[in-house]
Design a binder for this molecule. Sequence first.
Ligand SMILES: [Fe+2]
Length: 306
Amino acid sequence: MSNYLLPQLLLSQATVDEFIRCYWPLKPFFVSSAVERFDSVFNRSYFDDPINAITRLECPAKLVHQNEKGNCTYTFVPNTVAATAYRMNGRSVCLNNVDRAMTDIGLALENLISELKLPLHVRTSTYCSAYISGQGKGLGKHFDNHEVFVLQLTGKKRWWINQNENVSFPTLNHSAGDPLPQRPEFLQLRGSVSTDMPEEAICIDMVPGSVLFLPRGFWHTTEAIEDSVSLSIGVHVPTWYDLLVTHLQNRLLRFESWRTPVTKAWTSEKDALIAIDQLECMLRELPKDAELGIPEVIISHFGILQ
Ligand SMILES: [Fe+2]
């Protein structure tokens, strides 16, 4: 097995080059071809029998619950319980961290990080999950806070996708209709969030061998037209914010003053004011402490110092 994932997913090195130049990581990309090409990367036969995959693969199983509005929540359950819920009622099951149970997929994810020219530490937040759904089941309108590649292995699944007009590059996942996450970017939401996909949403039918790249934040819904097994690979491309936070952490944690526990800031108003004074004083020293003019951690991300 070659383990190199992108050329097999996207058909050829020429398509990979085009994908990285024209799509990655901002525009959706869809391609459909023979499912057998996945065989050079991982052992697809594990998923031929979904019930066997749920019970035999040593992956945590989550059962998907869908309310009347289509919103979904997940509950971790024993794998035997998940297998029964799928067998009896076609309930959607998500197998987490398939890449830890299948070493070929784990190696392929490492190669994917390299093929996408991302720093090695991105591997720690990169995952592969298997979604196993009975006919008619799926996920309501939601978005994810990271980039996703979807590989359809068996059956047919319909996706509706649409650019997120409400918020760009969200830092948390969110389902339409749920209370908004407590994050600054959601305070500046554009327009109201409907639980229905808009008319201009794009419909994509995923069949065995189809691959979809979905940028972070894109709204999407899914519905299994037939019993369906697919893999989702999630990649968290670092943001400028991540780079700055990493830089500050590497700089500030060298100083005892910044590592000192804060104990009394919440005991009284007077203590809170003293703590604010101290923090302001430390912030005035921050440019010196953090050597903000020399962001070497950022430069090293690009391999310039290596
Ligand atoms: Fe999703």
